[in-house]
Ligand binder design. Structure first.
Ligand code: DX5
Ligand code: ZN
Length: 218
């Protein structure tokens, strides 16, 4: 089993020292920086958006892994790509049809970023199958999107195992990312289930031993 890619979620960072917090996780060995955008409509919380992404996208060398939990992703995808998203992951549930999902994927690729599709805990994993040959990444939410610091939903593992088998059996080039409640224990079981990328917010930020924590979940 290859080592997991680690994507610290800055939603849990201390925003008084955002630059320093980003440097800390980069020096601790994180490969991606997970950037959680929330609009107060698609999810019941508001986080940050394009001006913040623009200001931090080039202050580190990690992959800008942007997770937009917003309504109308088609309208905003170009702005996030231009602001520095290397991967732009939108929600299946924010689209009104499969055709719209394909339109957003194509638009993200047109603007030069990799396209990810995320599903909430209540959405069946089979909903992502039609898009797998166009996607670069599937993000399986292991908490209800909207907040950091929630507990891992164990049923998410069944989705990972199903998708891992489907991708491997069909030789599809698409990464699996899991997001929400990842810590030493849940990170290990998520890896064993077959994820490629682990998002972690509250498990990493706010602790003095980030490097050790990253190595523990990798
Ligand atoms: C939740 C976000 C997650 C969250 C992870 O809506 O998508 O990325 O910040 O935070 P933890 O790791 O604390 O659950
Ligand atoms: Zn996220």
């Amino acid at each position: 089993m290859d080592k997991a890619i680690i994507a610290p979620s800055i939603l849990s960072a201390d925003f008084k020292y955002l630059y320093e917090e980003i440097q800390k996780v980069e020096q601790a060995g994180a490969e991606y920086l997970h950037f959680d955008v929330m609009d107060g409509h698609f999810v019941p919380n508001i986080s940050f958006g394009i001006p913040v992404l623009k200001s931090i996208a080039k202050c580190h060398h990690m992959v800008n892994d942007v997770h937009i939990m917003i309504a109308d992703p088609y309208r905003y995808a170009p702005d996030f790509c231009k602001a520095g998203a290397d991967i732009l992951t939108f929600h299946y549930e924010a689209c009104n049809s499969d055709a719209e999902v394909f339109k957003v994927i194509d638009l993200i690729h047109e603007y030069g970023a990799k396209a990810g599709l995320s599903i909430k805990p209540g959405t069946h994993i089979s909903k992502v199958l039609p898009f797998l040959y166009s996607l670069d990444l599937v993000l399986i939410m292991s908490v209800e999107p909207g907040f950091g610091g929630q507990s891992f939903i164990p049923e998410s593992l069944g989705k990972v195992i199903y998708l891992r088998n489907y991708i491997d059996e069909n030789n599809i080039k698409c990464l699996i990312e899991i997001d929400g409640g990842i810590n030493e224990e849940t990170g290990k079981i998520a890896r064993a289930a077959g994820v490629d990328i682990l998002v972690a917010g509250s498990y990493l930020f706010g602790h003095d031993d980030i490097k050790e924590r990253i190595e523990k979940i990798r």
